[in-house]
Structure formats: C-alpha cells, structure tokens
Design a protein around this ligand. Sequence first.
Ligand SMILES: [Fe+2]
Ligand SMILES: [Fe+2]
Length: 219
Amino acid sequence: MTSSEFVRELHNETARVLEGLDRLELVEAESGNQLDMPNLLRIALKNELEASELAAYWMVSTTEIDVKLGFARQAGDEAKHYRMIEKLLSDRGVDLTSFNPIATGYSKLFEYLKTLPDTASRLAAGQFTREAIAQKRNEQFIRLCEARGDKETAALYVDVIQPDEGYHHLLGRSMLEKYATDAASQERARAAAQRTLQLAEELRGIAEKKMGVCQIPGC
Ligand SMILES: [Fe+2]
Ligand SMILES: [Fe+2]
C-alpha cells in the first residue's frame, strides 16, 4: 500500500484502541478517586523525562536530516514541559530537590522503544503512537484538573503541553508518509506501534492498580 494508506490505517487502529480509555474515564469519575495532584504530576515528570531522553538518543543514530531535527525539537519540548511542571509544583511548595524521576528505573516502554533500530519504527512507535496516547491521556487529565477546580494545571496543559504533543504526533505522521514507503518498513512500523500500545496499556494498568487512577498525564 502507499505510505498515505498505511498512515491512515495506523491512525484508525490507534484511535480504535484509544477509545477504550474513554470508557475507563467513566469508571474513575464514578469511583470519586482523589489521588493528589503532586503525585500525578510526578508521574508526568517521569514521562516527560523519558520522552526527552528517547528523542535525544534517537537523534544521534538517525540519518535522515528532517527526522533527526524532529527528534531534536521534541527532546527540547519535553525538557521544557518538565521544567514547567516542576515550577508549578515548586510554586505550590512541593519540594523536589531530592526527587529523581528515574531513581526507580526507566519504564518498560522506554526500554522497549530504545531497542527500535530503524526510522519507520521509531516514528510509528515513539512519535505517532506514543504522542497520540499522550494527547488522549492529557485530554482526560485536563478534565480531571477542571473537575477539581485546578485551573492553573489545566491551563498549562491546554496552552503549552497539548499543542506541543500534537505537533510531535503530526511530525511522526508526516515523516511516516515520507519514509514508510515499502512493505518491509510498514510491517516493522506497524509491529512497533502495536507493541507500544500494549506496553502503554500495561503501564496504565499498573498505575491504576497501585493508585486507583486512570487519568495519568502523558508527555
Ligand atoms: Fe511529546
Ligand atoms: Fe511533553
């Protein structure tokens, strides 16, 4: 199939899986869970750090100049998100001086993504899929902030973080249209995207079990 047809198929498949998150949101809303905002934002810090580090790691070994620069831009954006969330927390008196988001190690998803050797897989998994998941989760997280009357956190996500995550996803989409042009690269990209969705769902399941919350902010 053409790369445009391939990207459309990938989009439909991702959207179908992510619809499941809408149903989960209702469950949490009904449970009246009150996990505190600092803990949710600490999870967000870890996600942002991993996203930044992964993009920087891939930048080095990517040969296509436009993709390389796309990863560089993403690495910078995710680092900026980290600092903005950190500032919001410290303005609220949360002491992060001894906080290290990777003290307990990197996530299984990060470890998996790092192993992807080719551009099409990286774009499909790291930008197209991971950023689509982030956008979906952030939409839910924004609604949670609004429901709790936390306008400041909601505004940070609406005004800055979400537009950037949307840009990262679209970057993955346009670069896939350019580079996932043959059956072999499309097959690798499809497999990497599916595995990413599975691992993200596992991570969300673990967080939900541990903390009883579905609205985990993405990055
Ligand atoms: Fe992002
Ligand atoms: Fe981010």
